[in-house]
Design a protein around this ligand. Sequence first.
Ligand code: NAD
Length: 496
Amino acid sequence: MSDTLKNYIDGIWQDASTGSTFKSINPARKQDVIGEFPDSGVEDVDDAVRAARSAFRTWGRRPAPERGDILRRIGDLLTERKSELAFQMTREMGKPFFETKGDVQEAIDTAYYAATETRRLFGYTVPSELPNKFNMSLRRPIGVCGVITAWNFPVAVPTWKMFPALACGNTVVFKPSEYAPHSGALLVQIFEDAGLPGGVVNLVQGNGSAGRALVEHPDVNLVSFTGSTETGSKIGEACGRMHKRLSLEMGGKNPAIVLADADLDIVLDGLVWGAFGTTGQRCTATSRLIVHEDVHDELVGRLVKKVTALKLGYGNDDDTEMGPVINQGALDKILSYMEIAKEEGVTVLTGGKTATGDGLEDGFFFEPTIFTNVTPDMRVAREEIFGPVLSVLKIKTYEEAIEVANNIEYGLSSALYTSDVSIAFRAMHDIEAGITYINGPTIGAEAHMPFGGVKGTGNGHRDGGWEVFEFYSETKTIYVDYSGHLQKAQIDNVDD
Ligand code: NAD
């Protein structure tokens, strides 16, 4: 059996102690079984955490730039293997090859960025209030990090978390999604080949129960999670109870606002990419189009033409523009929203059903779908469907657009299309979201920029950018008194 169908604990590829396995299949060709992976239990999680704790003693003490050298080698190997890795990712989770190559590129950018930051893990020095005393702060690693991720960015998102964690001197237990186990294993194999010492990153495959065991393990100091808001809330409760540092990146219902003065050619390209890229299965997917009444009909008419021309298929075929959804459960969920849409009285302008023809019956394909006559209180305007479905809401003014955009539980990404620079700057402040794109779609994160959301999407932390290095390190404050006698702060230096 190939190593990448196993767990990786303490530098050894191994089966789960449970002896059970689960299958990963190609969502575009259901008969194509990628492999059987360990369905890990509490014991496997325990072994992995022990290995990570033991490795932490040496890894955490290595000079940070030396850790950075390994991250750089990982970046080099990811670059070398970009195409073969992307091919396997597409096979496992369905998005087209050009998109999975972008996913790997994001991991490459993150590796080089994190490697560089190992030379800039700043603390600071400030004057003391007392003579002959020196004050400074420095950064220390936190310990063992539990990394739990979704399947839709099976390489980029785990690296957003693991690379800064490793740069700061932490060790990791990584539980990828049960819908992208092979991609997770191929990534860890690259770490091994790049010379990352055994135990520094440990891979535990499995479903939510393995994730829960990791979250609740007393020797895991920090948890970083990407997934649904429902799962994130459960993890939040456990981490709160156990006083663990926690980063949550969760769902979205992202608006693209199109005002009457927008360049509709740019808008159209942005909407097709934003709403139907990754088959709408991105946390940042454009799922609400909030459009001014003056351009509504023209925009929607042109959009339908573009969307119906999209070529659906297996993502590793050259001409595929949109892949399948991840599994039967996702397809059922999307279909249930078609019923909800019918009950709510929306107009299904295009799509609305599973896609057929050209071998599409072999996979979980759904037609790109556009709803019009949607109002802000409807469930299709408020809930994350996580599929190729765009709800269109008509507005009359900028103020109404902002109200509709903000009237929602989530706050991840957002877009505004306008040619009025003053309105653009107002919107940067007015939209309640972690990310706002001006004249671009709701997707397009860059590795060195903070990524994350407000309200129901997150808990105040970010993946990416500089802030993430704060999350994976602890500040220690140091006072050095070289006066040669006892000095009492706030007492010796204050005359009453
Ligand atoms: P999910 O919440 O079902 O699963 C995510 C991960 O959590 C998986 O690895 C799963 O095994 C694990 N898990 C499940 N139950 C658990 C538990 N009780 N304790 C610990 N771990 C548990 O999410 P999904 O369906 O894989 O992914 C889709 C969701 O992820 C969408 O809501 C999407 O918006 C969100 N997402 C968010 C971001 C972001 O950065 N904000 C990025 C990608 C995806």
